[in-house]
Structures are given as C-alpha cells and as structure tokens.
Write a protein that binds this ligand. Sequence first.
Ligand SMILES: [Zn+2]
Length: 147
Amino acid sequence: MNTMVVIDQMTVEQLKAYCRSTLPEEACGALEGFVRDEEVYISGFIPVTNRSFHPSVSFTFDAEEWVELVLKREHSLIGTFHSHPAASAYPSQADLLSAWSYFPVHLILSMKTEEIFAYNQTKNHSSAKQRDGEWFNGLNIRISPRA
Ligand SMILES: [Zn+2]
C-alpha cells in the first residue's frame, strides 16, 4: 500500500523559508500532524537547533530541545524534517541510520533542486528501496491549497 503525505501550501512555504534561513547549514526539526487511514497529514513543524559539527552536510538535534519536545507532549509528533543545502533531496546513508526510524514520515528539502522527498523506513522489503543496506519507502506528497 502506498502512503500519501498531505501538507498544505502555506506550511510548505514556511518550511522552505525556514530552510533557506539556516543556509549554508542544514535545517532540522520535528513535524506535527496525524495519521488517518493511509494518509499522513502534516499540520506544522517545530525547528530544532542543528548541533552537528559539520552542519552544512549533516544534522544533529539539540538534545535538550528534542527531549523537551518529546516530554512536554504539547505537539503530536509524526516525523522529522531536514534540508540538504547543496545535495538532492534523496536520503543519505546517515539519514537512513538515524535514530528516528519509527516515525511515519521524514521529509528532506533540497535547497539545490527545490524538491521535497518524503519517506519512511520499513522492514517490509517487498515495496521498499534500498540504499547501503537500509530500506525505505518513498512516499507520494500531495500539497493541498489550504490547511
Ligand atoms: Zn540528509
């Protein structure tokens, strides 16, 4: 089955603007939303400071900000996002090895090509793509005109 990711145009524009604002470094953060039927609805995003030692090519969530987000439970977290300042939106091996694999959706925004790639990780190898031994599903994205 093919999961559809639904996100409204305004959120997409705000997310792109945020990712542009952190250039030349990668932007990163959490996605809020909910899952209904086979659709993942993204209703907003929460930036998290990138603490990577090489922030132009990788991201590491600020641990305190992340723990606070998770523990406060004010947001219904459904995924993560990050940007690729100078690469395509395809997930890197490091992306696929990150610790957040249980979330229903991950978004990568390419600042180079303007593409957005949505994926989730899976143990079901029948429908998945593989990169360097890590499996993931590319997800279709539908951008809705309004929230
Ligand atoms: Zn990445």
